[in-house]
Design a protein around this ligand. Structure first.
Ligand code: IPD
Ligand code: CA
Length: 262
C-alpha cells in the first residue's frame, strides 16, 4: 500500500506523539495509587502530544488552518485546508490506566475529509485512510462487517459522563437499541469506536454531542472501509450537530431509526 506524502507526515506525527503518550501512560499507572491521582499529569501529557503533532503538521504545511482540541482554531493563510486533531481521545481511559485511547489526526480539504489517521500507541494499531484510496490497519485493507440483522450485531455506543446533560435521552435510546441488538459495548474513545467499525469489530456505533476532533479521521476511515456515517438526521453534518451513527449499508439505517425513536 502506497501512502501519499501528506499521509506519511500525519502518520509520523501520530507515531512520534504516540511514543510520548506511551511513556506517560506508564507513569500514569504508577500515579494511580496516589491520593491526588494523575489528573494534572494527564493534562500535561495531552498538551505535549498536541504540541508534537501540531509541530509536524505546521512544518509540512505551514499555510494550512488547524482545529486543535487543546489550542482551538488557528486560521492559516489557507482556509481551504484544515487539520483537525485530537491528541488524546479517550482521556478518561488514559487517566485510569486503561489502554483504550488514541491519537486522531484528520485533514479536511474544502469542507470534506481527505485523509485520516487514528493511532493507539499501546496496541500499536495504526488506522489510516485517504479519500478514494480505501482504509487500512497498517498495510491490511479494511472492510466493514457484513451482518444485516441487528440481532447478530455487536454495537458500540458512547455513554455520556457525569455533568453531561443528556443522560435521560441516552437511556431512552439505549433501551430501544438493547431491545433489538445482539450486544452493546462502549470503548470510551469515539475515534477508536469508528476505527473498530471500519475493521469489522463492531457492526454499528452511535453517540451524541461529540466534537469534530473526536470523529474527523474516523468518519473518513469508516467510509473508506465501505461503511456509512451520518448525523441523526441522516445528513453529513456530524461536526456541527455532534451526533453520529455509523455502520454498514444495512445496519446504518436500522440503527438510525432506533436512535430517532427516542
Ligand atoms: C471523549 C471520547 C469519548 C466520548 C466523549 C469525548 P476525549 O473525547 O471520545 O469516547 O464519549 O464524549 O469527549 O475527551 O477523550 O478527547
Ligand atoms: Ca481529547
Amino acid at each position: 500500500m502506497a501512502r501519499s506524502a501528506i499521509l506519511n507526515v500525519m502518520v509520523e506525527a501520530a507515531m512520534k506523539a504516540g511514543r510520548g503518550l506511551t511513556r506517560d501512560f506508564g507513569e500514569v499507572e504508577n500515579l494511580q495509587v496516589s491520593v491526588k491521582g494523575p489528573g494534572d499529569f494527564v493534562s500535561a501529557a495531552d498538551r505535549k502530544a498536541e504540541e508534537t503533532i501540531a509541530g509536524y503538521l505546521r512544518k509540512a504545511r505551514p499555510e494550512y488552518s488547524m482545529l486543535l482540541e487543546e489550542s482551538g482554531a488557528i486560521k492559516g493563510p489557507d482556509s481551504q485546508h484544515r487539520w483537525i486533531v485530537d491528541p488524546l481521545d479517550g482521556t478518561n481511559n488514559f487517566l485510569h490506566s486503561n489502554p483504550m485511547f488514541a491519537i486522531s489526526i484528520g485533514l479536511e480539504t474544502q469542507g470534506v475529509m481527505a485523509a485520516g489517521v487514528i493511532y493507539n500507541p499501546v496496541t500499536d494499531e495504526l488506522f489510516t485512510a485517504e479519500r478514494g484510496q480505501g482504509a487500512y490497519l497498517h498495510n491490511r485493507r479494511l472492510r466493514v462487517a457484513g451482518r444485516r440483522d441487528l440481532v447478530q450485531c455487536l454495537l458500540c455506543c458512547g455513554i455520556p459522563g457525569l455533568g453531561r446533560k443528556h443522560h435521560e435521552k441516552f437511556l431512552t435510546r439505549q433501551r430501544y437499541v438493547m431491545a433489538e441488538a445482539g450486544g452493546i459495548r462502549a470503548t470510551g474513545s469515539a475515534a477508536l469506536s469508528l476505527a473498530y467499525i471500519a475493521a469489522g469489530r463492531f457492526d454499528g456505533y452511535w453517540e451524541s454531542r461529540l466534537s469534530p476532533w473526536n470523529i474527523a479521521a474516523g468518519s473518513l476511515i469508516v467510509r473508506e472501509a465501505g461503511g456509512f456515517v451520518s448525523d441523526f438526521e441522516d445528513r453529513d453534518n456530524m461536526f456541527k450537530s455532534g451526533d453520529i451513527v455509523a455502520g454498514n449499508e444495512q445496519i446504518h439505517p436500522q440503527l438510525l431509526a432506533l436512535v430517532n425513536r427516542a
